[in-house]
Design a protein around this ligand. Sequence first.
Ligand code: NAD
Ligand code: DAU
Length: 350
Amino acid sequence: MKNILITGGAGFIGSHVVRRMLKTHRDYTIYNLDALTYAGNLKNLTDVEGMPNYTFLKGDIVDESFITELFRKYRFDGVIHLAAESHVDRSISNPTAFIHTNIVGTVNLLNAFRHIWDGNYEGKRFYHISTDEVFGSLGDTGFFTEDTPYDPRSPYSASKASSDHLVRAYHHTFKMPVVLSNCSNNYGSYQFPEKLIPLVINNIKNKKPLPVYGKGENVRDWLWVEDHARAIDMVFHGGREGETYNIGGNNEWKNIDLVKLLCDLTDQLLNRKAGSSRELITFVKDRAGHDMRYAIDCSKIETELNWKPSVNFEEGLKKTVQWYLDNQEWLDEVTSGRYQSYYKDQYHNR
Ligand code: NAD
Ligand code: DAU
């Protein structure tokens, strides 16, 4: 048996990672540590929460003494660290929360892991999940490789870049057995509808304006979230110590083209007149400091670990639209904030 801690497991990607690890590694005990911020939702895990090898722990990674105690109690053999403030627009309106969770929270986990194992790292691993945004913004050509110099340009990406540097510094200075990955934009079920794809689907459904920042020319490289969870499993088990792996979908889309495709897919699935939802597209003020293009070269993980994206984008997007249409109750709850007051009652706002 191994005790594995997954942080941020009630969020979008984290919930897919928890599900995958529970189902594919039944000899592990999986501990999901999550503060249940606005982005964390235990309803993302109802299908697996009864599994005997699963434990949910509510807590904040910024709380140093709580984290120290938790590691003393459970002596985690492995950590897969996803907990973060993750939305760029929120980092522009409130950068401080990003510094606390993404930087201080990561250091608290590194310190706690280091102190319980005290140099005896045989069979142990600390895996830090990061983003392609740390590399900055590309022009029309080129790709981010693992060697691209860091150039973060939003408070979110600067906080993630800091945490990446700290993880590497702990490897170099304290010989901690770390591994990292930097991934492109994920899409799929259980994503909080502040992010482009679920926000647009929800607004199309409710016939509300579809806000496209600037001219909609910015490009993102989209990856099916379950392909990311599979890559995380492979890097956790097969990635070389101290190394970083870039993960991406080889799937670049201009925002405006993606929004149009979402309109057409949703119209089809709702039996609406073809083209009708496109009329909802509204160009709005651009995001401050908006990065133009992200694109990942994922040849290292393909070559070393034999991973590659498995889902065709249009199929994955259609399934995603269908999932949000079928899960109206989930969408209503996360947009109404009802689930937040439930957590307050349930956990006494610990
Ligand atoms: P998310 O916002 O959906 O989930 C984050 C989770 O972390 C939530 O469950 C939240 O409650 C929890 N959390 C936040 N602050 C916490 C704290 N102080 N203590 C404990 N838990 C806390 O994020 P996501 O999109 O699932 O991203 C997960 C990770 O993957 C992040 O580290 C993010 O930087 C990275 N990432 C995301 C993407 C993407 O496209 N979404 C791409 C690449 C990398
Ligand atoms: O690249 C990986 C990153 O992808 C992750 O590290 C982040 O956690 C994740 O949020 C995501 O960041 P983005 O800023 O790219 O994602 P978002 O969904 O917020 O926006 C995608 C693009 O769509 C971006 O160019 C901004 C634009 N956009 C977004 C929203 C919410 C709009 O045009 N309108 C919108 O309403």
